[in-house]
Design a protein around this ligand. Structure first.
Ligand SMILES: Nc1nc2c(ncn2[C@@H]2O[C@H](COP(=O)(O)OP(=O)(O)O)[C@@H](O)[C@H]2O)c(=O)[nH]1
Ligand SMILES: [Mg+2]
Length: 383
């Protein structure tokens, strides 16, 4: 368990966590949005009056793992009654953060406006002006779009345009927690979170966007690109001068040599679903690798017969093929509905990994440049 925590910690420590400020009056839907994007019930939702009057920093966590994102949740202020205090507190906070160093600064800001109220308040305008003045990248999030009439949404958008803010900001429409009808069904599926994540990742400085992709769970496909970055790094290393050959005497050695790549992929997908997490926290990280190792035993000698160690292009093929197969395994486990039984999960990991390894082991990689084509095919779902 300790070993597993260290392995996960090592991967997480190498990611730079972005500071995201989530700003909006009480009840606008901040907690619901945060919960949807990062999973788990990390922020309490409800119409009740929030107690805190300060901006509070916290990292969402999933199953005891702190995710690599720092959120600044705006304090509880009631619409109408306390907007003046809200504006003051928010502007003080932004000024304060702006004076701090690069790492402490707000890297991106989500400003929530309830679309169904159909108006932009003076408080919104004052705060957005301040954000603009301080050059903080921001996205205006129109919340509760499931219950807003098209005309209401247009009215808010028009008001934003009239203030000229639209030249600086993007607007995203979301419904994080759509209304439930009397028959128990949602009025519509939740929407907009994926767009918000993609836009945020584009606007964030490059060093921070990887951590966002790891932490969020609404856009599983974006994790594939990130996984490829890790696989590519490990594969390129096989061509390096003095690269240590991947030992084939036992698949355990081969998998062990690529441990860091596997751990990074696991961390990217790990908290996407309860069963996958069980595989990580229950079976332990090393345990997942054992399952993969055993799965490899069957397909290994067929793919690389009569060789004792892999170097150069052959090692790169093995690295890329097993990395791709492992990513696809995590991806499928993240999307599929899984049982909570450890035995069944292990069996499933084994089956999926073998199938995917067979599919990807015929890759052609004899020089580093060949990896570009492999990467493009993988990202475009052709492998
Ligand atoms: N119809 C609808 N209601 C929402 C949506 N998001 C949140 N709510 C509801 O609005 C209320 C306040 O949400 P909450 O996330 O706690 O807001 P916060 O105070 O800004 O954190 C709760 O009752 C939520 O269920 C949404 O997208 N659509
Ligand atoms: Mg809240």
């Amino acid at each position: 368990m300790i070993e597993q925590e260290n392995e996960i910690k090592k991967v997480l420590d190498n990611l730079s966590a972005p500071n995201i400020a989530v700003i909006g009056l009480t009840g606008v839907g901040k907690s619901s949005l945060i919960n949807k994007i990062f999973g788990n019930n990390i922020a309490t939702t409800g119409a009740g009056r929030a107690i805190t009057t300060e901006y509070t920093k916290y990292s969402p966590s999933a199953f005891d793992i702190d995710l690599p994102v720092s959120l600044y949740d705006s304090p509880g202020y009631e619409p109408g009654i306390e907007q003046g205090a809200f504006v003051k507190k928010t502007i003080d906070f932004l000024k304060y953060k702006n004076r701090q160093g690069k790492e402490e600064q707000i890297h991106i800001l989500w400003y929530l406006i309830n679309a169904s109220t159909a108006r932009l308040t003076q408080a919104d305008i004052d705060i957005i002006e301040k954000i603009n003045h301080n050059h903080i990248p921001a996205i205006i999030v129109l919340s509760k779009c499931d219950i807003a009439q098209p005309a209401e949404k247009e009215q808010v958008k028009k008001a934003i345009e009239e203030t000229m803010f639209s030249k600086v900001y993007k607007i995203v429409e979301v419904a994080a927690s759509p209304l439930t009808l009397p028959n128990g069904e949602y009025i519509c599926e939740p929407f907009g979170m994926k767009e918000l994540v993609n836009l945020t990742s584009e606007l964030l400085p490059k060093t921070y966007s990887d951590a966002l992709i790891v932490a969020q769970i609404v856009d599983i496909e974006s994790k594939r690109k990130l996984a490829w970055k890790y696989i590519r790094e490990a594969s390129i290393a096989c061509f390096g001068v003095g690269a240590i050959p991947i030992p084939l005497s036992s698949p355990t050695g081969a998998i062990g040599a690529l441990g860091y790549m596997y751990n990074r992929i696991i961390v990217a997908y790990g908290h996407t679903n309860r069963a996958l997490l069980l595989a990580i926290s229950g079976i332990t990280l090393g345990g997942v690798r054992t399952v993969v190792t055993n799965a490899l035993l069957d397909v290994f000698s067929l793919t690389f017969p009569g060789i004792s160690a892999l170097t150069g292009g052959t090692a790169a093929v093995f690295t890329a093929a097993s990395g791709i197969a492992f990513t696809k395994t995590c991806e499928r486990l993240a999307i599929e509905k899984l049982s909570d039984s450890e035995g069944e999960i292990k069996q499933k990991i084994r089956e999926i990994f073998q199938e995917e390894f067979r599919n990807s082991s015929s890759l052609q990689v004899s020089k580093p440049n060949d990896l570009d084509r492999v990467g493009t095919d993988f990202i475009n779902h052709k492998i």
